[in-house]
Design a protein around this ligand. Sequence first.
Ligand code: ZN
Length: 512
Amino acid sequence: MLAERQAVALAGWNLVAPARSLQTAFIPETVLDETGAGKKQLLSRALFSLMISSKRILGSLLLLFSLGAHAQTDSAALQKISDDILLHGTCYDNLRTLCKTVGHRLSGSPQAEKAVLWGQQALQTAGADRVWLQPATVPKWIRGRESLKIDFGNGLQEVPVLSLGNSHGTDGKDLSGNIVMAGSVDSLKAMSPEAVKGKIVFLNYRFRQDFVNTFRGYGDAAPNRSRAANAAAALGAKAVIIRSVSTGLDDYPHTGMMRYTDSTKKIPAVAIGNQSADALEKAFISGKTPRALLRSECRMAGTAPSFNVIGEIKGSEKPDEIIVVSGHLDSWDVGEGAHDDGAGCVQAIETIRTLKALGLRPKRTIRAVLWMNEENGVRGGSAYADSAAAKGEKNIFAFESDGGGHSPRGLTFEFPEKYPQKDSTRTRLTRLAEQMAFLGLYDFSGNHAGTDLEPLLENGQTVGCGLSPDPQRYFDLHHTAADVFETVNHRELKLGAAAMAGMAWIVSQNGL
Ligand SMILES: [Zn+2]
């Protein structure tokens, strides 16, 4: 509603037209007609015009007043939500409990099961009208033990390492060989099989530090991680070691998803930190022939039953229109999954808590979803989309926070290909979101909402929305042992929660 009125006001500015007619009404009397009668006639005509114009001005003022009142309703609620979360929010405490009592929680692991129960309890405590578990069958990958030694030219030395997610290991046996260096997957593909066969490939692709938005850098570098093993195996390599997809200047290895194609041999794929990668690069530049000794036990172990955790507040006027707020409950099996994505989960739970605590009953249903299996399969996202389609649910707007618990800077809006009126809806959503400038939100230019939302958006009816937190530190921590609760700031986390709760609220009140 507000967006509609705002759009009218901004497009037409009704006040401008009366001002112009006032001007033309007075010109004839003073300039064009000399006779008294004519003057009288013109004067009465001018007065009539003035009355009409005044009426139009009054109308315009009333419209502006009601517009302002409407905007005030939104902004009063947004302020209440922000105050409540900053003063009484429980998302930081919830994150501590998730990180310290459950810990990391890879799909199919006992910790993921524990996280499901934790999420169910947390949504009940937050006051959701209804909480339920939605089944999803997830792939199960087990890391086991792993070690990597590299001879940089002075004998083998231990190097911090993480196998990439879904990778096969060495079955716990020693795998050793000379290392050959490639700059990227594309340059690796251009190498001759003779240069690679029987060797261990070092894929030395650097995260683009020149990109101000590190999510752009991630998008650039991550395909090298997921495709390295296939490209190396196609040339006869034994294994692949990648430079981590990391902005950090430290030596933390970053894990993450990789994929095998059916046609190539499933060779082990591991990541090393930037410092080890620098040392390895230096060894090559100085003419050495480095070699490596890898031992790892990681393997796929079938599938496991698991769940999305869902809790909702029923809408008062249009309960069938659903607004999703979400984060993913699973994490990689190192660190505590604090930023990725415990933060998103506790922000979604906070949305339910604050609306309930403030007695703000949304017109449309607001549903918090804690997704399972974002990291290595998106089976939770698919299960939700399948269920929504089977039930004929109308999910109008789906919000995910999966970019870390840092200060919010903006929102992204993603429209399915088939979505009608993309441009006008984007404009309306941006206008609504601009009311949250006081939380530090200013950038609404992005267009990728969240991985878990992708299956749902395929219905062509749902608008996706993603939280864009400050991106400068996220890829230092992402998918590492360093992604722990202590790296999250309570105010930054709460501001993100306020942005999520605020957006859900204004969409619930104004519609799309
Ligand atoms: Zn994530």
